[in-house]
Design a protein around this ligand. Structure first.
Ligand code: AMP
Ligand code: MG
Length: 401
């Protein structure tokens, strides 16, 4: 029997095998949350000309004194500017987004004037440049706007569009295949016999990995039969999947065929007992460049191991900066029992109270088959190996779900 390893040792091996898949060019509509493989460079100036930031009157600031009246001689609208020039004593009507004509250096808000036909009276002086966005003020033609490694958020997608970059080059995402194993399993939507249970793991795992992959294929359930399993796994290993995830049969029980079968098919396989709870048994291997994960069958264990072992690989393959996921430190709102020698990922609820302070409440239920409690959690507390009992208010590390 292999000795238990810690999660970091397992992740070292996983990261060493998680190689990027190259790059692809995507329309920006499909690039949300993807990681740039090439910088985004502005193809124009923004704004392309001086524009008004307000609805009001375009003036020469040197003209404006308290109580002065100017003559309105024209109008500049967004998409249709004012062609002429204004002379001292004159102003124009101007609207948000409209080009600011030559000689005009400021815009006075319409709320701050009194308009009598074309006679406009100003009450206060105005600073040069007020409410005028200068040409290139946001970015200029040729400027590097987004660097390699940037994860595109909604504002970055708008920035790509505004700078006339309709497409971007990003790191490729893998194709994933999932196979549930177990004689007792049937698909949801069917009527189980007394000894059958519904296969749930592939559904949660698909949802978890979906943002990090181009496709997820859920293969039909495989039975606990060595030769049938071998056939099924061979077909999946030889498909175009970059990552193969199995669920169940991961232990060393009489009917746990996944490990020996994968080995017999040429997968370079490691079986680990990782010092974590839930989810002690985990398999990891490689088949050429493909990654193979054998997750435990218990529903909570299977998703937790996917979160802490599969997602880091998916993030690393795409150069996501924090492959381990978003961590926080928060105070406990209930005490936590002392821990054993296995790191415990405890289901928990992060909540912000009416005073705006955020804390984390551990959920009592820790059974690795209990999905109801897991589904109500929005975080996992990472309770360290051999940690002592922790009191209300003590800080704990959190992995956001
Ligand atoms: P195993 O790892 O195959 O020994 O399975 C451990 C436990 O998880 C058993 O109670 C199985 O019935 C259950 N299980 C295995 N696969 C699934 C699945 N796809 N969905 C839900 N439960 C499962
Ligand atoms: Mg099984």
């Amino acid at each position: 029997m292999k000795k238990m390893i810690n999660l970091e040792q397992a992740l070292d091996q996983i990261f060493a095998a998680s190689k990027p898949l190259g790059t692809e060019v995507l329309p920006i509509q499909k690039a949300y949350e993807r990681i740039l493989a090439k910088p985004v460079i502005a193809k124009l100036n923004q704004p392309p000309f001086d524009v008004s930031a307000m609805d009001g009157y375009g003036v020469r600031s040197s003209d404006i004194k308290s109580g002065i009246s100017l003559k309105e001689i024209g109008m500049s609208q967004a998409g249709s500017g004012f062609d002429g020039e204004i002379k001292s004593g004159e102003c124009i009507r101007i609207f948000t987004g409209a080009p600011v004509p030559k000689n005009v250096d400021s815009v006075v808000m319409q709320e701050d004037v009194e308009a009598n036909d074309s006679e406009i009276t100003f009450s206060n002086i105005v600073k040069e440049g007020k409410h005028v966005r200068k040409k290139g003020q946001d970015f200029f033609n040729g400027q590097v706007l987004l660097e390699v490694g940037k994860q595109l958020n909604p504002a970055s997608i708008s920035l790509c569009a505004a700078s006339n970059n309709a497409k971007v080059e990003v790191f490729k995402q893998p194709k994933i295949a999932i196979l549930a194993t177990g004689d007792e399993l049937i698909e949801p939507g069917n009527t189980p016999s007394l000894e059958q249970i519904i296969s749930s793991n592939p559904y949660g795992i698909s949802a978890l990995v979906a943002p990090f992959c181009t496709s997820v294929t859920n293969h039909p359930i495989a039975p606990d039969d060595e030769s049938k399993l071998k056939k099924r796994l061979k077909a999946i290993l030889d498909s175009d999947a970059d990552i193969i995830i199995t669920s169940g049969g991961a232990s060393v029980g009489k009917y746990d065929f996944v490990q020996p079968t994968l080995k017999s098919l040429g997968v370079k396989m490691d079986f680990w007992k990782i010092a974590i709870r839930p989810g002690k048994p985990l398999m990891f291997g490689t088949y050429g460049k493909k990654l193979v994960f054998g997750l435990p069958g218990n529903p909570v264990s299977s998703i937790v191991t996917a979160i802490i072992a599969v997602l880091p690989a998916l993030r690393a393959m795409q150069h996501i900066k924090e492959p381990l996921g978003e961590r926080m430190r928060l105070p406990l709102s209930a005490p936590l029992k002392a821990n054993s020698e296995r790191r415990h990922f405890i289901r928990a609820i992060v909540k912000t109270d009416e005073n705006g302070s955020t804390n984390v409440n551990p959920i009592d239920e820790t059974d690795s088959a209990n999905l109801t409690s897991f589904s109500s959690a929005n975080a996992l507390i990472i309770h360290k190996e051999n940690a002592p009992k922790l009191e209300i208010g003590e800080l704990v590390n959190i992995l956001k779900l």
